[in-house]
Design a protein around this ligand. Structure first.
Ligand code: GLA
Length: 386
């Protein structure tokens, strides 16, 4: 993949397209979720970190009510519209992400008139690495500052989520936007999705001689359709039958009783969420007590739960996980919403060439599309970069 453009280059591209310098450039990262999958919309716990793949937006406010948007990583031309026509129904394609955020902010009373916007991103789309949240968080941060809205990071998280839910149409939780907005370098974000309380957890992989390898299987997914919404509906059904506000309120010790009350499939969905919440808490405790080398088994158990109970893995993800584990990984799991996207493997840094080669070979032998494999480490969250 080509080198990421720096903020100055993004500003230059903006100026070339719109004839003037932008008011500023804002950046927001994609994420990998270390552990805690499909727990966010169940009021549970997650432990993501930001990666050094980012969306960058250059924006200049205009005196009129025209919005013009250009994407540097698609091939579309400038999209132009009048702000008076802005509604969830009129937003199509990539512009739904930035315009969705603008629409939500305007609904909240933030006074946004016309603007020019140029977007670039190095977060691969459809790879389970939160490319859409990266755009939403960069745009939300930009308008928050440019319009003096004074919203907190947690409020911006909800702005991004609302854009995703009400404009894009994906019934997602707050994991991705929280990672993108709250992260700092060298740390994971331990988040309670019920209260939005969060804590930064040190995650110095390099000091432990480790790295996290992402295997992007190239199997793309879209959470606005299909399986994601079905899983969420199963969880809501499970909570309703069990008489709790959310699956967060079900303890592991309650599972035996739950088995007798739920149909077999709903029970497996519930068991994933309940055990995954516990694995997040255990991971945070093990990180503090013994460091990252000791969390491998929890990651691998999380994958098994998603594969067997939540049914959101696929052959490519399972192969990536199994191959990494057979070649020196301490733990591995799919990350993100599932049904494709990426797996992560926690590996001793010295094993990187071996794991990479083995995964490439295994995918070729299976006749799968060649995966994209790259190392990530905890990177900073959303911020102004120019
Ligand atoms: C997607 C969603 C998140 C979360 C994860 C699964 O990334 O956007 O809200 O539900 O899937 O953990």
């Amino acid at each position: 993949m080509s080198a990421a453009p720096g903020p100055a280059q993004v500003a230059e591209k903006f100026a070339a397209a719109f004839g003037q310098a932008p008011d500023g450039v804002w950046s927001a990262p994609g994420r990998v979720n270390l552990i805690g999958e499909h727990t966010d919309y169940n009021d549970g716990f997650v432990l993501p970190f930001a990666i050094d793949r980012t969306a960058q937006v250059a924006i200049r406010l205009r005196a009129d009510n025209t919005a013009r948007l250009l994407s540097g990583y698609g091939h579309q031309g400038v999209v132009s519209l009048e702000m008076a026509t802005l509604s969830p129904e009129t937003m199509k394609g990539w512009t739904a992400y930035p315009l969705g955020v603008v629409w939500v902010l305007r609904q909240m009373g933030v006074d946004i008139g016309g603007f020019d916007l140029y977007l670039d991103s190095t977060v691969p789309t459809g790879a389970g690495l939160s490319s859409s949240a990266a755009i939403e968080c960069a745009v939300a941060s930009a308008f928050n500052e440019l319009c003096g809205a004074g919203l907190t990071a947690n409020q911006l998280v909800l702005v991004g989520q609302r854009a995703e839910n009400e404009v894009v149409g994906a019934p997602t939780g707050i994991l991705d936007q929280s990672a993108s907005l709250l992260a700092t370098g060298g740390h994971a974000v331990f988040l309670d999705c019920r209260t939005q309380e969060s804590r930064l957890v040190p995650l110095d992989l390099a000091a432990a001689g480790l790295l996290v390898l992402v295997v992007d299987t190239k199997v793309t997914h879209a959470h606005a359709t299909g399986g994601y919404a079905a899983r969420r509906a199963s969880c809501e059904l499970g909570a309703e039958v069990l008489g709790v506000a959310a699956l967060r309120d079900v303890a592991a010790a309650d599972l035996a009783v739950a088995a007798g009350l739920l149909d077999a499939q709903t029970f497996r969905r519930v068991r994933h969420v309940v055990t995954e919440d516990q694995r997040v808490l255990d991971t945070v405790a093990v990180l503090a007590d013994a460091g990252p080398a000791a969390i491998g088994a929890l990651l691998t158990a999380s994958h098994a739960s998603m594969r067997d109970d939540f049914d959101i893995s696929c052959d490519e993800l399972d192969l990536a996980v199994e191959t990494a584990l057979a070649n020196g990984a301490l733990g591995a799991r799919m990350t993100g919403g599932g049904f494709g996207g990426s797996a992560i493997a926690l590996i001793p840094a010295a094993e990187e060439p071996r794991v990479r080669a083995a995964v490439v070979r295994a995918f070729a032998d299976a006749g799968f599309t060649a995966p994209d494999i790259f190392a990530v480490s905890p990177a900073p969250g959303a911020r102004r970069v120019l």
